[in-house]
Design a protein around this ligand. Structure first.
Ligand code: AHG
Ligand code: MN
Ligand code: MN
Length: 336
C-alpha cells in the first residue's frame, strides 16, 4: 500500500510482507541504506564549503581518478552496511575485490550481497551538478555459514531482490524497487525524514529526450549513429531534445519522469562501453523494467546477462520502452 506523504520508515514497515523472503532483514538493509544516504548527502551538500572536493590523487581499479567524495561515500556505505547482521558481502566500483563480512559471531550467517556505485557522476562534484549512489541487492547463492565467494556476486540481474539509487540533487531522493514497482522518497533535510513523493513511478512508454555523449559520435556503431540521426530528423514529433548530464542517475531519473532514452554505447576504443554491469546497469535495468521501461545492451536484455567478472562493462540503452525498441531495431538492421 502506498500513501502520499508516508515516511520511508512507515512505507518499509507497511510493505514488508510484499518483500521477497519477508523476514525483516531486507527492510533493515534498506533502512541502513537510507541512513548512509543521509550521511553522504550531508557531505555532498557541504562539498563547496570545505576542502573535500577534487581528486584524491589515486586511481581506482578502473584507472579513473578517485574523487575524495567517492572515497568518503564508499566508506560510509561500507561501514553502515557492515555494522548490521544482514550483509555477507559487498562489491563496490571503488574496490578491486569484493569484501567478505563475517558477521559479529564470525559465522558468515548473513544472507545478503550488496553491489554499489557509491558515487555516480563524480566528475560533476566540482561544478555543483547532481551526483548519485546506485545499489543492487541479491541473496547469496552459497550456503549461509560459509564465506561468500565470487559466485555470489556474479548473478544475473534478473535475480536481484532489490535495487535503487539516491540522487543528491536540488532535493535528495531515494528511489528503489523490491520487485513490486518503483517508489521515490524525497528527503526533508530539516527533519532528516524521507517522504513518499513519487509513488509507483512509471517510465512514459514513449518520450522525446535522448541522452548520449555525442562527443563520441564518430566512434559509435552504425546502428547508434543512425538512431541519433533519426532523433534529429524533422518529422511531426521530431527532432527530439538532447539532454545529457553525464551522471547516469540524474539522466535516468529525468528520463523516467519525462520520457526518454539513455545510451552509453560501445565505442571503437571501448567495445564494451563504459558502464559497469553489476554496479550501474543491472540496478538501473531492474528499476527501469519495474517502472514499465526497458534496458538493453542494444541486442539483448541487460538483466539476462550472466556476468563473468566483478568490474565487467556493457553497452547500455535504457529508458522508455518504445524508444529502446527503436534503438534495438536500428542495431539489428546494422547487424545483418
Ligand atoms: P562514475 O562517476 O561512477 O565513474 O560514473 C560516471 C558514468 C555515468 O554516471 C555517466 O553517465 C557516464 O559515466 C559519463 O561518461 P562520459 O563522461 O564518458 O559521457
Ligand atoms: Mn557511475
Ligand atoms: Mn562512481
Amino acid at each position: 500500500m502506498t500513501r502520499k506523504n508516508q515516511t520511508l520508515g512507515e512505507f518499509i514497515i507497511e510493505n514488508q510482507k510484499d518483500f521477497p523472503y519477508a523476514s525483516g532483514e531486507l527492510s533493515r538493509l534498506i533502512n541502513s541504506i537510507r541512513l548512509a544516504a543521509k550521511m553522504v548527502n550531508h557531505e555532498v551538500n557541504k562539498a563547496g564549503l570545505v576542502d573535500i572536493t577534487g581528486a584524491i590523487g589515486e586511481t581506482n581499479v578502473q584507472g579513473e581518478d578517485q574523487q575524495k567524495l567517492d572515497v568518503l561515500a564508499n566508506e560510509t556505505f561500507i561501514n553502515t552496511l557492515t555494522n548490521r547482521e544482514i550483509v555477507c558481502g559487498i562489491a563496490s566500483e571503488e574496490n578491486d575485490e569484493f569484501i567478505t563480512i563475517k558477521g559479529q559471531k564470525n559465522d558468515h550467517r548473513n544472507n545478503y550481497i550488496v553491489l554499489m556505485d557509491p558515487l555516480d557522476g563524480s566528475s560533476n562534484i566540482d561544478v555543483n551538478v547532481s551526483v548519485g549512489t546506485i545499489f543492487s541487492i541479491y541473496r547469496r547463492v552459497t550456503p549461509a555459514g560459509t564465506p561468500v565467494t565470487l559466485e555470489d556476486f556474479l548473478q544475473p540481474g534478473n535475480l536481484q531482490v532489490a535495487a535503487g539509487y539516491i540522487i543528491y540533487g536540488t532535493s535528495t531522493m531515494l528511489v528503489y524497487t523490491t520487485g513490486n514497482g518503483v517508489n521515490g522518497f524525497t528527503l526533508n533535510p530539516a527533519l532528516g525524514t524521507y517522504y513518499l513523493s513519487h509513488p509507483n513511478m512509471q517510465f512514459p512508454e514513449d518520450g522525446n529526450i535522448y541522452s548520449v555523449n555525442e562527443g563520441n559520435y564518430v566512434h559509435f556503431p552504425q546502428g547508434v549513429k543512425d538512431y541519433i540521426k533519426y532523433c534529429q530528423e524533422e518529422k511531426e514529433d521530431r527532432p527530439y531534445t538532447s539532454r545529457y548530464i553525464g551522471s547516469l542517475v540524474s539522466d535516468i531519473h529525468r528520463n523516467m519522469i519525462k520520457g526518454g532514452v539513455y545510451l552509453y554505447p560501445s565505442t571503437a576504443k571501448s567495445p564494451n562501453g563504459k558502464l559497469r554491469l553489476l554496479y550501474e546497469c543491472n540496478p538501473m535495468a531492474f528499476i527501469a523494467e519495474q517502472a514499465g521501461g526497458k534496458a538493453s545492451d542494444g541486442f539483448r536484455r541487460i538483466l539476462d546477462i550472466k556476468p563473468t567478472q566483478l568490474h565487467e562493462r556493457t553497452p547500455f540503452v535504457c529508458g522508455s520502452k518504445n524508444m529502446v525498441d527503436k534503438v534495438e531495431s536500428f542495431m539489428a538492421s546494422q547487424e545483418s
